[in-house]
Design a binder for this molecule. Structure first.
Ligand code: ASP
Length: 352
């Protein structure tokens, strides 16, 4: 009898412990948008595949043990290769994240996304999500059907990062191949390698291995809850074009962009955001017509500063600081939602 009583006590304690452990798990919502992580091929070794062919439920089934990290709910926002990501989907995504994170029922969000434009969506969300709760983006370089697919472990690690209280307040993070990157700094560097994302100027924010996270540094840029950008009532973003500079470039690309109605132009310049003389003249013409011109660089790393070889003060250009052309376009599109002077926009490029 005494023995039986002890058994009951042990069982009850175990049940209570298990129950409170289950209670302690954070609530994470996975928002799926498509990409190679949801891609499928006809065989495990062929390179041709279709992005965004697999649903979030099927992706979760491929990650045994993920349910131990968090209480997970999945939602399909879109199912596209990220080459087809659009501002419409990005606005929908940001609004849904803000809605989810405003309730105490959600502790963090993970977004599955293609890698091609992941840095753009990450940076857009970094500026438009209004919460300090973890927002983590993840993708893969190999489709779900590949031999040695990288998606399942990337997804496991992304949920582990989103479930980690130390991920709070760091802005939008990208988890790929055991590394944790900040939205401001990362860029895609390889068309095919699973080690594609790098943060050349600032380094990684941390690393993660099988769900164990190690945190290194915090990006200094303003983001999320401190961001001034509010898209809650925005349905459309102003047109901003990127013009690629190269040897003997034709200046009429800039004129064409102005004539097509661009409100802003980002030049992916050579070197320190440069372009040939005739294109500088075309860009100056654009500024005179009220178009905001930002000088960024086609070079993979380094910053673009004011008045180095181009007289920005005289010509009215903005220097992109550390933002590459594709992220400069995101910041400029948001900045143009309200009237800002050229010097105010320059300040935004130093702050975000
Ligand atoms: N084209 C794919 C995409 O961006 C590539 C990938 O996800 O790695 O959706």
């Amino acid at each position: 009898m005494k023995h039986a009583c002890r058994m009951i006590l042990v069982l009850t304690t175990a049940t209570v412990c298990q129950y409170s452990l289950a209670q302690a798990k954070p609530n994470i919502v996975i928002l799926a948008t498509g990409g190679t992580i949801a891609g499928a091929a006809a065989s495990g070794t062929q390179s041709a595949y279709t992005s965004g062919a697999v649903t979030i439920d099927a992706m979760l089934k491929a990650v045994p043990g993920i349910e131990k990290l968090a209480n997970i709910k999945g939602e399909q926002i879109s199912n596209v290769g990220s080459q087809d990501m659009s501002f419409d989907i990005m606005l929908k995504l940001a609004k849904r994240i803000n809605e989810l994170l405003s309730t105490s029922a959600v502790d963090g969000v993970v977004i599955t996304h293609g890698t091609d434009t992941m840095e753009e969506t990450a940076y857009f969300l970094n500026l438009t999500v209004k919460s300090d709760k973890p927002v983590v983006m993840v993708g893969s370089m190999r489709p779900s059907t590949a031999v040695s697919a990288d998606g399942p472990l990337n997804l496991y690690n992304a949920v582990a990062v989103a479930a980690d209280p130390q991920a709070r307040g760091r802005g939008v993070l990208v988890v790929m191949n055991d590394q944790i990157h900040a939205a401001h700094s990362l860029t895609k560097t390889s068309t095919t390698s699973i080690q594609t994302f790098m943060s050349p100027l600032r380094g990684v924010v941390g690393v993660t291995a099988y769900g164990k996270n190690d945190w290194y540094n915090n990006p200094p840029w303003k983001h999320t809850s401190q961001s001034e950008f509010d898209i809650s009532n925005v349905m459309k973003l102003p047109r901003v074009d990127i013009v690629f500079a190269d040897v003997d470039m034709e200046p009429d690309l800039i004129d064409a962009s102005v004539n097509a109605g661009a409100k802003g132009i980002v030049v992916a310049g050579v070197g320190n955001g440069n372009m040939n003389k005739v294109s500088v003249d075309a860009a100056a013409r654009a500024v005179k017509k009220g178009v905001i011109v930002v000088r960024s660089s086609r070079v993979a790393t380094g910053m673009v500063d004011r008045n180095v070889e181009v007289n920005d003060d005289e010509l009215g250009f903005i220097a992109s600081d550390e933002l590459n052309p594709q992220k400069s376009r995101i910041l400029l599109s948001l900045a143009l939602l309200k009237p800002e002077s050229s010097s105010q926009i320059q300040q935004l490029f130093r702050t975000y």
